[in-house]
Design a binder for this molecule. Structure first.
Ligand code: HMG
Ligand code: MG
Length: 304
C-alpha cells in the first residue's frame, strides 16, 4: 500500500521566506531556488503574487521569477489569490499557480480578507484564466486540522471547501495543517474527505511542524497511498496570519525518512542539506531540520 515514489514540492522560497521579518535579498531567494533544483527538487513554490502591503517579503515576486535559471524538468509555482495576482504572475511564466482558501471562516477573513464563499467566487475566474493559459491550478486548504482563531475544524468543514474548490475545477487539492495541530488519525479523516472529490495523485499534504507531528502525519498519508507532500528546506516558514505557527516540515527530514523507507524521491540529501545550510546562514540561524543538523554535525566530525 505504501507508495514506492513520492513527489515533494519544496515550498521554502514561498511559505518559508514569506514569514521572515528581516528582508531577504532577491539574489539569495534565487540562489535558494537554484540550490533546490540542483538537489533534485522538481517542484518548487517560488513566490506569491499577493499584496506587498500584506506580505512585504514577497514584493520582489516578479524579480525572483525573472532571475531564476529554469530547468525544463522543474515545475515552478506561485500563489495567486485573485485576478490581479494572476495577471501579474502570468507575465513571469509560472508552470502552475496556487489559489488558497481555508476550511475555517475566521482564517479566511484574516488571511485573505473575505469569507470562504467570497474567496471561491474570487478564485473561479483565476482558475478559468489559468486554464485558458494552459496552467495547472493547485488549491491549498488552510486550517484543515485546526484554526488559530476558531479552534477545532471538522472534516465536514474540510469537505465543504474541498467541494467548492472542485466546483470551480481546480486540478489539485492540498490539505494544509497551517498550525501543525493535526495528529495521524485526524489527518487521515481530513484526507479521506479530499479523496472523495480528487484522485489520489491530485491530493497532497502540507504539514507545518509546530507540534512535532508532521512526519507522523506524512506517514499516515503514505499508509493511505498519498504520495505528494509539500515541505520546506531547513524547516523554514510559517504564515504571517497564523501567529506562533512554525515552519513546514523540513524537506531534509522528509527525505531522510523516505530514504529509510526505500521510497524514491530523486533528491540528493547531501545537496539538500547544503541548500538548507545556505539559507539558514543567510537568515543567521541554524537549520530547524533535525536530519539537516545531524548530517552537518556528522560531516564536521568526519572532517575533524
Ligand atoms: P484586499 O485588501 O481585500 O484586496 O486584500 P483588495 O482587492 O481590496 O485590494 C486592496 C489593495 O491591494 C489594492 O491596492 C490592490 O491593488 C492591492 P491599493 O489600491 O490599496 O494600493 N492588491 C494587490 N496587490 C498585489 N497583488 C495582488 C493584489 N490584490 C490586491 N494580488 C488580498 C486581498 C488577498 C490581496 C490580501 O488579503 C493579501 O494579499 N493577503 C495575503 C495572504 C497571504 O499571502 N498569506 C500567506 C500565504 S497563504 C499560506 O501561507 C497558507 C499555505 O501555506 C497553506 C497553509 O499552510 O495553510 C498556502
Ligand atoms: Mg503553509
Amino acid at each position: 500500500m505504501i507508495p514506492s515514489t513520492v513527489r515533494i514540492v519544496d515550498v521554502g522560497p514561498r511559505d518559508g521566506l514569506q514569514n521572515e521579518k528581516q528582508p531577504v535579498a532577491t539574489a539569495h531567494k534565487v540562489e535558494l531556488v537554484h540550490r533546490l533544483q540542483a538537489a533534485g527538487l522538481r517542484e518548487i513554490e517560488v513566490t506569491s503574487f499577493v499584496s506587498p502591503k500584506w506580505v512585504p517579503q514577497m514584493a520582489d515576486n516578479a524579480q525572483v521569477m525573472a532571475d531564476i535559471t529554469r530547468r525544463s524538468d522543474v515545475r515552478y509555482s506561485v500563489l495567486t489569490p485573485n485576478l490581479k495576482g494572476l495577471e501579474a504572475a502570468l507575465t513571469t511564466r509560472p508552470d502552475e499557480v496556487v489559489v488558497f482558501g481555508a476550511a475555517s471562516e475566521a482564517f479566511s477573513q484574516r488571511n485573505i480578507n473575505c469569507s470562504i464563499a467570497e474567496s471561491v467566487e474570487r478564485f473561479a475566474p483565476v482558475v478559468a484564466l489559468a486554464h485558458e493559459k494552459g496552467l495547472k491550478v493547485r488549491a491549498a486548504i488552510s486550517c484543515a486540522l485546526g484554526c488559530p482563531y476558531q479552534g477545532e475544524v471538522t472534516p465536514d468543514e474540510v469537505e465543504n471547501i474541498v467541494r467548492l474548490m472542485k466546483g470551480i475545477a481546480v486540478d489539485h487539492c492540498g490539505v494544509a495543517d497551517t498550525i501543525g495541530v493535526g495528529t495521524p488519525r485526524r489527518v487521515q479523516a481530513a484526507m479521506e474527505r479530499a479523496l472523495k472529490h480528487f484522485p489520489i495523485e491530485e491530493v497532497s499534504g502540507h504539514f507545518h511542524d509546530t507540534y512535532g507531528q508532521a512526519l507522523a502525519n506524512i506517514y499516515a498519508c503514505l499508509e493511505m497511498g498519498i504520495h505528494t507532500f509539500d515541505a520546506s528546506v531547513a524547516g523554514l516558514g510559517g504564515c504571517p496570519y497564523a501567529k506562533g505557527a512554525t515552519g513546514n516540515v523540513a524537506t531534509e527530514d522528509v527525505v531522510f525518512m523516505l530514504n529509510g523507507l526505500g521510497i524514491q524521491t530523486g533528491i540528493d540529501l547531501d545537496a539538500l542539506v547544503d541548500a538548507g545550510a545556505f539559507i539558514s546562514a543567510v537568515l543567521g540561524r541554524p537549520p530547524v531540520s533535525r536530519a539537516g543538523k545531524a548530517l552537518l554535525a556528522k560531516r564536521e566530525k568526519v572532517a575533524a
